[in-house]
Design a protein around this ligand. Structure first.
Ligand code: ATP
Ligand code: MG
Length: 434
């Protein structure tokens, strides 16, 4: 199979070997066609029953749809073939037959429930839609990685098994670690902060986060992928600048690399790259605008987090990505810095898509004593976090950062209804396998 040619590269006038899956079988009587599909496209294989050996015809037409096969034959020009080329087979091998009872139809002609698709991801990602989503996800992450490097960031990997949670105990998955209690990490937050104090200064991580959130929603997963950034000598507005440029880079990469995939998803004419400065709306104004719509059953009061309903109402008004800045300190975590001249206000921010929150970030508290006081104010025991707080005694620079949910970025970019479509093997309350 080393000499294998991909469907997209088959040129008439050559003898070629192709390998892939039986996409379709069309038997017209004396003549029949098998459409073979590989990762690059499809090619027609022609069978003329009176002219070709019976064994060859039987093998070719006997392999059920979705069997993995390899075909060697002469590629010829054929204007009536879907790609203008067809192969007249000389030999065919069925590498792995498929059971004719397929749990879902990868050709996409028959719609399948999301749960059936998730149970049979191998077959689902043979479909054009399934494949397009994960090709785009890959391009998005490549765009993000390159952009981080443009910003002078170093990619890091931090532990996912930890002794203490990042933000208190509620959303943690406990595990047993050699007889000790440990947890799956909710976020690389504390570790990435420790690294802005190293000479790396600017770091990023793309990795899993684990949240034992009880609710089942179209935008929550229990295992998600976080795109984390943290930079030294940066304030929250500087961090928002980087956040904005990452957003543009992710969309840009997808727009330039994935035109075919976007077309498959019906987004060919409907995909715009966010550019320019996004609005940075104060929390005060955000709740005022939500309340002014009169759409909520109960108006928001200062200090409330934005409910799903409030996010939706505001998103509809603004109609594009926007930041919410200057949140009440009491609803932001201990590591977010407050304004010195108004400690009730924090330097935390969220980046919102009209449909949902994409990012939380902020300037961090880098002053040791203030950090300890912040733990205590939120009822947390700073001694459990000594590995973290100790390093703030040795020249921890002012710093800021944020985290995107990769699946939320993809879900909103592609207008997917459910975040589960953006993960190969999602983890939710019900789903632990595959
Ligand atoms: P939400 O309030 O929407 O549940 P959050 O504020 O708890 O999100 P953060 O702790 O701020 O989430 O995490 C940063 C980002 O990581 C979020 O903006 C989101 O994009 C993503 N994220 C967090 N939790 C989840 C989850 N359970 N599933 C998918 N993405 C998540
Ligand atoms: Mg958040």
């Amino acid at each position: 199979m080393q000499d294998r040619v991909h469907c997209a590269d088959v040129e008439p006038g050559h003898t070629v070997t192709v390998a892939g899956w039986v996409h379709e079988i069309r038997d017209l009587g004396g003549i029949a066609f098998v459409i073979l599909r590989d990762r690059t496209g499809r090619i027609q294989i022609k069978f003329e029953k009176d002219e070709q050996p019976d064994a060859l015809v039987d093998t070719g037409l006997g392999a059920a749809r979705e069997s993995a096969i390899t075909v060697t034959g002469a590629a010829e020009k054929e204007p009536r073939a879907p790609t203008g080329v067809e192969i007249v087979p000389e030999s065919i091998d069925v590498l792995a037959p498929a059971d004719p009872e397929l749990p879902l139809d990868p050709s996409g002609k028959v719609d399948a429930e999301l749960s059936t698709r998730l149970d049979n991801r191998t077959l689902d990602v043979r479909s054009e839609r399934g494949k397009a989503i994960f090709r785009i996800r890959s391009a998005l992450l490549a765009g993000v990685r390159d952009e981080f490097r443009e910003h002078g960031c170093t990619e890091i990997t931090t532990p996912k098994i930890v002794a203490t949670g990042t933000e208190g105990g509620t959303d943690l998955f406990p595990i047993t670690y050699f007889g000790r209690e440990a947890f799956m990490n909710q976020s690389p937050q504390l570790f990435k902060q420790l690294m802005v104090g190293s000479s790396l200064e600017r770091v990023f991580e793309i990795g899993p986060i684990f949240r034992a959130e009880e609710h089942n929603t179209p935008r929550h997963l229990n295992e998600a992928t976080s795109i984390d950034f943290e930079g030294a000598f940066l304030d929250h507005h500087g961090a928002m600048d980087v956040c904005e440029s990452l957003l543009g880079a992710a969309y840009e990469r997808v727009a330039t690399e994935c035109a075919d995939e976007l077309a498959i998803l019906g987004l060919a004419d409907d995909f715009s790259v966010p550019d320019g400065e996004l609005q940075r709306l104060g929390y005060d104004e955000a709740i005022e605008r939500v309340n002014a719509t009169g759409d909520l059953d109960e108006p928001l009061v200062w200090g409330d987090d934005l409910s799903t309903e409030a996010e939706r109402v505001l998103g509809e008004e603004i109609g594009q990505h926007y930041f919410i800045v200057d949140w009440p300190s009491e609803i932001k975590p201990f590591y977010i810095q407050s304004y010195d001249d108004d400690p009730s206000l924090s330097k935390g921010f969220d980046l919102m898509h009209p449909r949902m929150e994409l990012v939380s970030g902020g300037q961090r508290e880098h002053r040791h004593d203030e950090l300890i006081a912040g733990f205590e104010a939120q009822g947390l025991d700073p001694t459990a976090f000594e590995y973290y707080t100790e390093m703030f005694r040795f020249g921890m620079p002012p710093h800021a950062g944020w985290a995107y949910g990769a699946e939320r970025l993809l879900t909103t970019m592609l207008g997917l209804e459910n975040i589960r479509e953006a993960v190969l093997f999602p983890r939710d309350r019900q789903r632990l396998s595959p």
